[in-house]
Write a protein that binds this ligand. Structure first.
Ligand code: TGC
Ligand code: FAD
Length: 387
């Protein structure tokens, strides 16, 4: 894989080991069939426990069966998963950063003991319910609510575009708690086999096809009050989880871009037109030079983010900058790689078009590109321009 600035030379033994383990796993176990899954619109569910055994869920968290690895090693892992397909990184992002993280950070001891080992092992699958049909970029407008009834909560509302909801055992659902003044947003652990929960699948996606997406409809769903996450209140609860997942995306998309670059380099070195490999033409070399440069710059940004996160200095706005830049980079570069493959580039035999289509989702979820522009704009000027 592209290593133009020799960042690999500075990796620790642990970081190399995690990267190489992930690379071997995806190359041998997942990549051979991923195009077929993409075409069928399925996720290879048999690898869910295997990914757990390898420690791919929430590995940067401590205790309860998690590995507690460093943030750079975690980022490298995300890049290896996404080099195969964004659906694979989404699986790990949602399970680790959006389900295990809030339970780890805000859950009671009982909630942690019940859920974290199962989720880490891939024995249970979780999903994260924030987006609603009428509230995507502005989750603060959410309508889903919880009312207290004795020692239970009754939940009503609907969430949409939820990664893995149709195959989940448990959902972390964000809802307005009507039992308190000002209806604060709170997190609730909702087992998906409870009466009143339905998780219809969203079909006919043209992007992120090797990932299951669905709704969460909640109709008078009763949960015990112990299922409320006690440690956080307000929008900062879900937004802090997004910071974790966006960090993983900023790293992950580098994998998709590198895979696109390597495919284009190999293809253009072998494909001959006008009596010579097309990699020998200046126009193609210009594209390769630009790809290598943009990928390397994005990688430098990700490495800097890891250092800041490791020492506890990373701000959500810095994560927004990296998510915004690196996803746009991967979107642009996978499209250029696609074009360098000519007609073959539009087939499922080659990865760039699949990565390119996936990037439309990645550009949109976890805060759209526009929303990250506005987050940066507010940080730079002090003036919010959301409304
Ligand atoms: P605002 O007033 O700015 O903030 C409310 C409170 O939250 C704090 N905060 C954050 N904390 C941690 N991390 C962040 N990133 C944070 N952003 C804000 C903030 O300090 C404040 O705290 P406090 O103590 O003062 O109460 O809130 P706002 O309503 O103005 O919203 C701002 C905005 C628009 C940036 C936010 O709503 C936003 O990020 N919108 C985008 C929505 C989004 O990203 N949705 C993603 C859904 S999940 C998903 O897509 C999963 S895909 C999974 C996969 O398959 O990989
Ligand atoms: P909207 O908010 O309606 O935005 C539409 C357009 O308007 C965008 O271009 C946006 O940038 C622009 N826009 C919005 N507000 C402004 C503004 N103030 N200024 C300028 N432009 C603006 N959500 C979850 O909770 N959990 C998940 O697991 C999850 N998984 C997903 C998986 C997939 C495949 C997809 C596609 C989405 C997923 N999402 C998930 C939802 C995702 O986070 C939302 O789609 C995203 O936040 C955007 O919301 P929206 O689709 O409602 O678009």
């Amino acid at each position: 894989m592209l290593n133009y600035l020799d960042l690999d030379a500075d990796l620790t033994e642990e970081e190399r080991m995690i990267r190489d383990t992930a690379r071997e796993f995806v190359q041998e176990e997942v990549c051979p069939d991923i195009a077929e899954h993409y075409i069928e619109g399925t996720f290879p569910t048999d690898i869910i426990p295997e990914m757990g055994e390898l420690g791919f869920y929430g590995p940067n968290l401590e205790g309860y069966g998690m590995l507690g690895i460093g943030e750079k090693a975690y980022g490298l892992l995300m890049a290896e998963l996404e080099a195969c397909d964004s659906g694979l990184r989404s699986m790990a992002s949602v399970q680790g950063a959006l389900v295990m993280y809030p339970i780890h950070a805000y859950g009671s001891e009982e909630q942690k003991e019940e859920w974290l080992p199962k989720l880490a092992a891939g024995e249970a699958v979780g999903c994260f319910g924030l987006t609603e049909p009428n509230h995507g970029s502005n989750p603060g407008g959410m309508e889903t609510h919880a009312e207290k009834d004795g020692d239970e909560y009754v939940l009503n509302g609907s969430k949409t575009w939820i990664t893995n909801s149709p195959i989940s055992d448990v959902a972390v659902v964000w809802a307005r708690d009507r039992s308190e003044d000002d209806d604060p947003i709170r997190g609730f652990i909702v087992e998906t086999d409870r009466d009143g929960v339905s998780t219809n699948k969203i079909d006919e996606k043209l992007s992120l096809r090797a990932s299951i997406t669905g709704e969460i409809a909640l109709s008078d769903v009763r949960i015990p009050e112990e299922n409320r996450l006690p440690g956080v209140e307000g929008l900062k609860g879900p937004l802090s989880c997004l910071t974790q997942a966006r960090y993983g995306i900023a790293w992950g998309v580098i994998g998709a871009a590198k895979d696109s670059f390597e495919t284009a380099l190999e293809y253009t070195s072998e494909r001959e037109q006008f009596g010579q490999p097309i990699a020998g033409f200046q126009l193609q070399q210009g594209k390769l030079a630009e790809m290598a440069t943009q990928i390397s710059l994005a990688e430098l940004l990700a490495h800097r983010l890891a250092d800041l996160k490791e020492r506890g200095d990373l701000t959500p706005q810095q994560v927004s900058m990296a998510k915004r830049n690196n996803v746009r980079m991967a979107r642009d570069q996978s499209r250029i790689a696609r074009e360098m493959l000519g007609g073959n580039g539009i087939t499922a035999d080659y990865s760039p078009m699949r990565h390119m289509a996936n990037m439309e989702t990645v550009y949109t979820y976890e805060g759209t590109h526009d929303i990250h522009s506005l987050i940066l704009g507010q940080d730079l000027t002090g003036i919010p321009a959301f409304e």
